[in-house]
Design a protein around this ligand. Structure first.
Ligand code: SIN
Length: 537
């Protein structure tokens, strides 16, 4: 805290790893912090993270190797300076989590257990509770938050950011809405507002995300004119259980040796990439989608028999110990993966794009910060490397929390200096002129939007499908609606971000990373030229 002035007032919106980390760091720096979250603290995407957190924690691993893996997975579109920050500061943040009580799994000799996931050249993934890493992290951070001098507002929905001139000066919240009660509005003035509201999984018919992932922060940032980029880069996780509601089957399962087979029992992913099941996530997800199409829509199979190949009962106890959360979900669905392959299918998982920030979470709008999945820091490029998301939340959350107090003393706002990828302007995003509204326009509903996004702006795209989806979204946005309830505000946020996402996907006519256009030639996957890296700024 700077001397002689009132504490800097910070409002953090969102309670995943990024938001909690910002709040704790800003409070440590003397800020007066309020953390607002639309559900209870623990109901954030972080809690559902299974595989783990990546970090250079072992003496024979190298930050440069993690950097290289990240840039290659990102199809060469990552920002090397941001990735350097991520990989070099990651270990300190992981040690901070350990100090807060996160019990990463350890071997009998006390050393951290190493996990491998796709596209990592080294097994640098730490996990806790087998496959309950996010839960362990969320729990430790929430416990720390509750003992810090931080005001906590649960069931506090971000209706909008409040502006004064070009600066964000607070938030307009809807507090305490329930099924039976409307809730009330609360205006909070702030010197700094941090968006940590997660991504946009709720845009898609099939998603690994909880239903709170409705892009609220990105939509609010768009409404105040903040730069937003890379929304076309949506990561689809290759493997969710294809029985009942989608349930994530961690990439760590393939990291331990599980394989993907088709109806004929063939390992088809090698057709797409020499690394097979451990190829970058976008490659594996598309290979599955293609094979599913070829076999009449039937899911492919995840076969865990290579784990303890000769002994199904040893396999069963290993799976229950190493992957207890997934094991329970598999069994709840009446399946026994220790004996038989299980059907799996891709689902929307993570948004690489978001609100453009500098290396300390500052957006292009003074007073406004973004962290975690809400932000586009540049670390993920066109496809995020497995287990880099928790790491990003911890690293850039801490960086934002550490600078906010000092920023409040500066006269000039130094936002992101990098040029964002061309972002769709709002007029482009709402312009239906290139495709007429469908006739008749179906009444808007969230499931219809999710289906339209899945079909038209999903894993495999073309201009016809994108144009149709854009027209449908534009028609829905043109329908008069006055949101009053939280779910209605969420719907408006989803529509706004969907419009921008689809416009960005139409504008990027070449395939790269997670953005795949079947109507244009693919861009060769190349890490160049971004691998020529300089030190972090
Ligand atoms: C997984 O466990 O496969 C998901 C981890 C991640 O999204 O990085």
């Amino acid at each position: 805290m700077t001397s002689g002035r009132a504490p800097v007032r910070v409002v953090v919106v969102g309670s995943g790893i990024a938001g909690l980390t910002v709040a704790l760091h800003a409070a440590d720096a003397g800020c007066r912090v309020t953390l607002a979250t639309k559900d209870v603290l623990e109901h954030a995407n972080t809690r559902y993270a299974q595989g783990g957190i990546a970090g250079v924690m072992f003496p024979d691993d190298r930050a440069d190797a993690h950097l290289q893996d990240t840039l290659i997975a990102g199809a060469g579109l990552g920002d090397p300076a941001a990735v350097r920050v991520l990989v070099e500061e990651g270990p300190a943040r992981i040690r901070e989590l350990i100090a807060l009580g996160v019990a990463f799994d350890r071997a009998a000799d006390g050393t951290l257990v190493k996990g491998l996931e796709a596209a990592h050249s080294y097994p640098r993934i730490l996990h806790a509770g087998g496959d309950a890493t996010g839960t362990a992290i969320e729990r430790a951070l929430v416990a720390a938050l509750r003992t810090a001098e931080i005001r906590i507002l649960e069931h506090a929905f971000l209706v909008d950011l409040i502006r004064d001139g070009d600066r964000v000066v607070g938030v307009d919240l809807l507090i305490g809405e329930t099924d039976d009660a409307e809730g009330h509005r609360l205006r909070l003035d702030a010197d700094a507002v941090v968006l940590a509201t997660g991504g946009a999984g709720e845009l898609y018919a099939h998603s690994t995300n909880p239903d709170v992932a409705t892009a609220d922060g990105i939509a609010a940032a768009l409404r105040v004119g903040a730069a937003v980029a890379d929304l076309e880069f949506v990561q689809f996780h290759p493997t969710t259980i294809a029985v009942g509601t989608p349930f994530l089957v961690s990439e760590a399962v393939r990291g331990e040796g599980a394989i993907l087979i088709d109806d004929d029992g063939r390992r088809f992913v090698f057709d797409a990439h020499p690394d097979g099941e451990l190829a970058p996530r976008d490659v594996v997800a598309r290979a599955i989608a293609r094979r599913m199409e070829e076999q009449g829509g039937r899911p492919v199979l995840l076969d865990v028999s290579p784990l303890h190949p000769c002994d199904a009962s040893a396999r069963a106890s290993y799976l229950a110990r190493r992957f207890p959360t997934i094991d329970a979900a598999v069994r709840e669905r009446g399946l026994d993966w220790s004996r038989e392959p299980i059907p799996v299918t891709p689902a929307a998982h993570y948004l690489m794009g978001g609100v453009v920030t500098d290396l300390h979470g500052r957006t292009s709008v003074p007073g406004l910060y973004a962290v975690g999945e809400t932000a586009r820091t540049g670390v993920h490029g066109a496809n995020r490397l497995a287990s880099n998301s928790l790491l990003e939340g911890a690293v850039f959350g801490a960086r934002a929390g550490d600078v906010i107090a000092g920023d409040a003393d500066e006269d000039a706002w130094t936002g992101p200096g990098i040029a964002p990828a061309p972002a769709a302007s709002d007029s482009a995003a709402s312009d239906p002129s290139s495709s007429p509204f469908p006739d008749p326009v179906p009444a808007f509903s969230r499931p219809l939007l999710q289906r339209a996004m899945w079909d038209g702006a999903g894993l495999v795209r073309d201009d016809g499908g994108l144009a149709h989806t854009a027209a449908l979204i534009a028609a829905w946005r043109a329908q008069p609606r006055t949101p009053r309830r939280e779910k209605e505000y969420e719907d408006e946020n989803l529509l706004l971000v969907a419009a921008h996402l689809v416009a960005a996907a139409r504008a990027r006519t070449l395939s790269v990373g997670a953005h795949y256009r079947r109507d244009t030639a693919p861009t060769p996957r190349s890490p160049a030229p971004n691998l020529v890296v300089e030190g972090s700024s």
